[in-house]
Ligand binder design. Structure first.
Ligand code: ADP
Ligand code: MG
Length: 673
């Protein structure tokens, strides 16, 4: 069978299961092989007293009596099966499975696999997997058993069977690493690693399998970075800068630069003086003043006879940036324009014509401004945001058009330095480490659901003062997770506060609708905006003074900090109220930390330590590279040596060698995304 064969060709997978597997992202045999367990159970038999609430264990026991049915206050139906492990008594506890008791008779021998908690001195094994055994049916489990992420309708048992069948096709798996790397880093083969990641023969082999795949992930990631960097650095500067005088610009600013801003400007100027093009990331907390930095870079480009482009993630943001840049730059006879949707053909033609002629100096817009039909007279400076940083491809497109711009990337999510160095190893990094003085801190409170009414009354009072309010929910509509959602909460608030102008907003809406709503909010036609995290991106609403976050435990700290940054953008006293009933300890301490700290870097460092980079970065934020196993913090030592290896491979051109053919192929596929 080929690795690319559809999953339904595997023994035991019919059309129904194939559909369920598709839901897990498994479409082919290869997908199944690379669908890794999320955890493992050590099936060494344990006594109840050796079990814990954290770690799944295996407990051989005997059924002592018939099952007890109970109904909890919440309406959940419980089935308690009395069992004994020979030393202690306990119960296997099942939820909402009223027929399960039919499976058990007094005297049955069971292997229960699950977590154990103590309830009034009694051991309880919660929702265990179970298996009967006796002399005729001995247990045939592997010593170490995988636990897969599941979807409704698929059980661990079924997935394990499917994985076993898929592994029969393992002979098709090819090695992708060259022999010398495998030797040098003492890695096991790809085949061996795959077998052991699913059904480890020992914990030692499991560890080696994990290391092998972590190595692969990190190597591909660093190769991509090294290649991107080489493409960029490959350009010798074509645009020569001679004028570095920014005093005229500074003299018209209503404030003086912070030391952090000055340092970053210094970095930019030395980039522009160097032989190579600039590829720099500017990291700065919300409100640290990144837009001024961008303005100065554009000012320098224009004063040296070049044009600039400023790209924003949305049209609304583009409009806001346009206004700011125009305010800063027009006193210096710099012509700023904006390219947006919904304008007439004639107007668009005029804008494009001016760009081409060079009578427009700076153009603001979404990513579309450097694409297709847009031509420049002499584009020299491109400013973009983190989400839209250039890949090699876009860069090549610009170069094909004859532009060799310097590139500045703005990041609003402060990322701890260690992580930034590897995530952005294709860029040089500057950090604005000071925030303009005189900015007010946003008072932050964590409250339980019981305070809701008071929170919303406070909201109404803020609105009465002429201020505006954001309410953020984790979900759009009603859901199984039982978390607050935009639609229900929006409806409820409209009913309870009929005098307020309340509007809902979420990511599933059409872009035009979203833009219109945000504009109405900016114009104060809307007083309360109930939304998902679409407001996270930096819209500037000066009158917004209150940010309410529902089910705050469901958001990362860095994200909460971003949300909080939406208020407190004027002289008005502002508040952030985090609503959460979570009893979970780390969730509580994360939220409490938000009350104490207002420093984005500090918050993101803590967030990263508590949640690990996978969740910290979020799949959406970094579609660029997603790790299954690697952990950029835990694996930082390995990462450092891999970084050296990767730049060596790229610089010496090894990817063209026959031994590197397969690795080069996989890399190419990855980089296409
Ligand atoms: P960021 O994009 O980094 O969140 P902005 O560039 O939007 O921050 O700046 C936030 C606010 O601070 C703006 O109103 C800006 O004019 C102001 N600002 C920027 N730099 C300074 C400074 N050095 N001193 C005082 N105010 C500043
Ligand atoms: Mg900004």
């Amino acid at each position: 069978m080929e690795l690319s064969s559809e999953i339904k060709n595997i023994k035991g997978v019919g059309p129904t299961r194939a559909k369920l597997l598709n839901r897990l992202g498994i479409k082919t045999v290869e997908d199944a092989l690379f669908f890794f367990p999320r955890d493992y159970i050590d099936l060494m038999p344990l006594k109840f007293s050796q079990g814990s609430e954290e770690k799944t264990g295996a407990f051989p026991c005997i059924v002592k009596d018939s099952a007890i049915e109970k109904k909890a206050k919440s309406g959940i139906r419980l089935t308690l099966v009395p069992v004994s492990d020979g030393k202690n008594k306990g119960h296997a506890v099942f939820f909402n499975q009223p027929y399960i008791n039919r499976n058990f008779r007094r005297g049955d021998r069971l292997l229960l696999i699950g977590k154990v908690r103590k309830n009034y001195g009694e051991y309880e094994i919660i929702s265990p997997e179970w298996q009967k055994f006796d002399k005729n049916n001995p247990i045939t489990l592997d010593r170490i058993s995988p636990i897969y992420p599941l979807t409704k309708g698929l059980s661990q048992k079924i997935l394990r069977q499917i994985m076993k069948s898929a592994l029969k096709e393992i002979s098709e798996i090819q090695e992708i690493l060259p022999e010398d790397i495998i030797k040098k880093f003492n890695l096991i083969s790809r085949k061996e690693a795959l077998k052991n990641i699913h059904f480890p023969i020992s914990f030692e082999m499991l560890e080696r399998a994990r290391v092998r795949f972590i190595f692969e992930e990190l190597l591909l990631f660093q190769l991509a970075m090294a290649q991107t960097r080489r493409e960029f650095v490959g350009d010798k500067r074509k645009n020569v800068y001679t004028n570095f005088d920014i005093t005229p610009f500074l003299s018209t600013l209503p404030f003086t630069l912070t030391p952090g801003q000055e340092k970053v400007i210094g970095d930019i100027i030395s980039d522009l003086k160097s032989e190579q093009n600039m590829n720099r990331l500017i990291q700065g907390d919300v409100g640290s003043g990144k837009t001024v930095i961008a303005s100065i870079a554009l000012y320098l480009a224009v004063k040296n006879g070049l044009q600039g482009a400023f790209m924003a993630p949305t049209e609304i943001l583009a409009e806001q940036h346009f206004l700011t840049l125009e305010k800063f730059l027009s006193p210096h006879r710099i012509k700023v324009d904006i390219l947006k949707g919904g304008i007439s053909r004639a107007e668009k033609d005029r804008i494009l014509e001016n760009l081409k002629k060079g009578s427009t100096d700076v153009i603001v817009g979404t990513h579309a401004i450097i694409q297709q039909d847009v031509e420049f007279f002499k584009l020299g400076m491109v400013i973009t945001d983190e989400q839209h940083r250039f890949g090699v491809k876009q860069r090549q497109e610009l170069v094909k058009k004859g532009y060799y711009p310097d590139i500045l990337v703005m990041s609003a999510t402060p990322i701890p330095r260690t992580l930034a160095l590897v995530l952005y190893s294709d860029l040089d990094i500057s950090v604005i480490d000071t925030v303009p003085s005189g900015r007010q801190e946003v008072d932050t409170y964590v409250v339980g659901n019981d305070m809701r009414k008071r929170v919303y009354d406070f909201m109404a009072r803020e609105v009465e003062k002429g201020h505006q309010v954001f309410v953020v929910c984790p979900a759009v509509e009603e859901n199984d997770l039982n978390v607050s959602n935009v639609e229900d909460l929006g409806a409820r608030l409209k009913k309870e506060y009929p005098a307020l102008k309340i509007q809902v907003l979420h990511g599933k809406m059409k872009n035009d609708d979203k833009d219109r709503i945000l504009k109405d909010f900016l114009l104060k036609k809307i007083q309360v905006l109930v939304s998902t995290t679409v407001v996270e991106v930096g819209v500037d609403v000066p009158w917004a003074t209150l940010m309410i976050v529902e089910n705050a435990e469901r958001f990362g700290m860095a994200q909460l900090h971003q949300l909080r940054g939406r208020v407190g953008r004027s002289h008005l006293k502002s508040y952030c109220i985090l609503i959460s009933d979570s009893k979970e300890e780390t969730a509580r301490s994360r939220l409490k930390y938000m009350m104490k700290s207002h420093d984005g870097f500090e918050i993101s460092q803590i967030d990263l330590e508590m949640r690990g980079p996978g969740e910290f970065l979020g799949v959406k934020q970094h579609g660029f590279f997603e790790f299954k196993l690697a952990n950029l913090i835990r694996d930082v030592r390995l990462l450092e040596s891999i970084k050296l290896l990767a730049s060596d491979i790229v610089e010496k051109g090894y990817l063209l060698l026959p031994e590197y053919k397969d690795l080069a192929k996989v890399l190419k596929e990855k980089m296409k995304i």
